[in-house]
Structures are given as C-alpha cells and as structure tokens.
Design a protein around this ligand. Structure first.
Ligand code: NAD
Length: 332
C-alpha cells in the first residue's frame, strides 16, 4: 500500500488557501491548514486546522513537525489597492510577510519536506514597464532592474529570492509562482481588503438599475484577472512539474477597469453609470505573459473572464442579500 500523501497549507483560512485545501482533499491528501483565522465563508476541508501566527517561530515549529510531501506557503499580510497602495501598512506588510517566510523556509529545509510552493505576485514587476495601459510588460525575465511600485511587491521579490537561494544552497525543492489578480467566490468582498473584481461586483449588486457606482481613478487602467479554479490548477501543475519558476500564473485577457465594471453590470442585467473618483490605483497597466507557462508546463488558463465574473457576481450578490437581511434583523 502506498503511504498517504501529506500537505501543509499555510494561509489555509484565506481565499486561495481554502480553495487549494478542498482540491488537495479531493486528490486524497491528508492536509493540515494553518492560519490566523478559519475560512470565512465555508468550513475548512482540512483534516487538521491550526489557528496560529506564523510570525512566531514556535508556531511554525509546531505545524511543521514532519517531512510533509508538499508545503504550500500562501500566508501573507495582503489586501487590495486600498490596503497595499496607501502606504499606511508598509511596515506591517514587509515585517509580517518576511517573518513568515524566513521562519518557514528554514524549517522546510530542516525537516526535508518534499517540495515547497511559494506564492509570489505580479506586484513584484517593475513599475516602469507598466506605465502604458495598452502595452504592459510582465514577462518573467523583465523583473530586473527591480522597481516594484509597493512594499508588498518588494517583499515578494525578496522572498522569491529567499526560497530560490534555499534551493541553490541546500537543495530544497522549491516552486515559485507569480499570481496575477486571482478572483472568485469565497474571496474577500467587503471591508477594505477586497480586490477590484469583488469590489465592483459588490457595488453593482448594491446599486439599483439606472444607478451609479464609483470607480477609483479614470477607469482606463488595465488588468487581467484569473478565476480561482484555474489558479489552483496552475499551482498544482507547477508544484508537480520539473520547472522551478518563477512563472506567471495569470490570464492574458486584459481589460480596463471600466470594461470590467461594464461586464459586471451586463451580467447583473442592470444599467449602471460609472463615476470616477480619486483613489489608489497601482500601475497603469498589467497583464500576464503566459509564454513561459505554455512552454514549460504545456498548459495555460483558458476560462473567459466573463464566465468567471458571472460565477463571482452570483456569489457576491448572495452575500449582499444576506447582509441586508442581517442588518434589517439586527435593527428590529
Ligand atoms: P488572503 O489574504 O485571503 O490569504 C492570506 C492568508 O494568510 C489570510 O487568511 C491571513 O489570515 C493569513 N495570514 C496572514 N498573516 C498570517 C500570520 N502571521 N500567520 C498565519 N496566517 C497569516 O490572500 P489570498 O488571495 O488567498 O492570497 C494567497 C497568497 O497569494 C498570498 O501570499 C498573496 O500575496 C498571493 N497572491 C494573491 C493574489 C490574489 O490576487 N489573490 C495575487 C498575487 C499574489
């Protein structure tokens, strides 16, 4: 009988981590999750779930107590533009995420884990290549000279290098992905840390037909968005491939933020006006470049943005309706 495969998912209470745990369970893994919190929107599928702070070395030692076959490091202090680009959280973002990574990578080496996956971000790409909204450059080899536009991006770049140096010096098997704007059901949709697709779906769901929603900036900034199931698929394919990375895991279907809002309005069947207001927007343009993933993994995401947005809108509309009912009940 072959021994059951084991996985540790750090950040298992978060958006991508909770979806990844579900998928690993479907594949028959024994899974331990660790996070500061349980998943917000559904019960965790993990066999064992530890509530703990990975900045604390003793917590890391407790959860990484065996040579897991696979370790997925997704825990980070993060959020959407409203959290990352205001400058108010820079010290926390750098200190918290770097501490987690410094603790975990060393324990992975000590325990001789099978493989470690590290989730970097497209935010590590240089701002100077993302000034033209129609022609951003985010190929993996364009990372240097480094000039991320946020401390979040600088920490990601540092930690990519940290994991890769453990591979070079200690033979730790690492895999590094640069995620580009992942979205979908059971992601943060309110409270300040939500990303553009979730924020836009919420605003559209809350607006009346013929109403108005606010969009930060002039709406001409471009992005691409990847549906969560594709992200999990790409992550597992990378983890089990011979390619170390870093590699982009993202969609090449680039849209302006206004186009995204128009798509959400269309899905909702509402006629919505867009009002542009000042707000943190990040770089002018960003799009995944999937040449490397196509070449190295023989795979790339294929779901159309509109389909992913339809599924996400439907889930967010339900959340908005539920919270309205709760508000009414609490006022009685
Ligand atoms: P998320 O915020 O939903 O999940 C991150 C989880 O890490 C949270 O549940 C949080 O509680 C946990 N965490 C933070 N500090 C911790 C600590 N000290 N100890 C234990 N747990 C802690 O974010 P996500 O969207 O699921 O992203 C997962 C990873 O992917 C992150 O590393 C993020 O930087 C990266 N990433 C995400 C995106 C995206 O679009 N979602 C894009 C690029 C990169």
């Amino acid at each position: 009988m072959t021994k059951q495969q084991t996985a540790l998912v750090c950040g298992a209470g978060g958006f991508i981590g909770s979806h990844l745990v579900k998928r690993l369970k479907q594949e028959g893994f024994w899974v331990r999750g660790v996070d500061l919190k349980y998943p917000e929107f559904s019960k965790t599928a993990a066999d064992d779930f530890v509530i703990g702070d990975l900045r604390d070395q003793s917590v890391c030692r407790d959860v990484l107590d065996q040579p897991f076959h696979e370790v997925y490091q997704l825990a980070a202090d993060m959020g959407g533009a409203g959290y990352i680009f205001t400058g108010e959280h820079d010290a926390d973002v750098m200190h918290n995420s770097a501490s987690i990574n410094l603790n975990l990578v060393d324990l992975c080496k000590k325990h001789g884990v099978g493989r470690v996956f590290y989730s970097s971000s497209a935010c590590m790409y240089p701002a100077y290549n993302q000034e033209d909204p129609d022609n951003p450059k985010c190929s993996e080899d364009s990372a240097y000279p480094a000039a991320p536009d946020s401390e979040y991006g600088w920490e990601k770049l540092f930690s990519e290098r940290l994991y890769l140096s453990y591979q070079r010096n200690y033979g730790l098997l690492v895999r590094v992905a640069r995620y580009h704007n992942i979205f979908g059901p059971e992601g943060t949709w309110t409270g300040g840390r939500e990303k553009a697709p979730a924020a836009i779906c919420r605003k559209v769901a809350e607006a009346n037909d013929g109403g108005e929603i606010e969009i930060w900036g002039d709406g001409k900034q471009t992005r691409s968005f990847l549906y969560i199931d594709e992200c999990v698929e790409g992550t597992l394919r990378l983890m089990r491939s011979d390619f170390i990375g870093p590699v982009n895991i993202g969609s090449e279907e680039m849209v302006t933020i206004d186009e995204l809002a128009e798509m959400a309005s269309r899905i909702a069947g509402k006629n919505i006006k867009i009002k542009h207001v000042p707000g943190p927007t990040g770089v002018r343009g960003r799009n995944s470049d999937n040449n490397v993933i196509r070449q190295k993994l023989g795979w790339e995401p294929s779901m159309a943005l509109e389909e992913g947005l339809r599924r996400t809108y439907s889930w967010i509309r339900e959340q908005v309706e539920k919270s309205l009912v709760e508000n009414v009940a609490s006022q009685r």
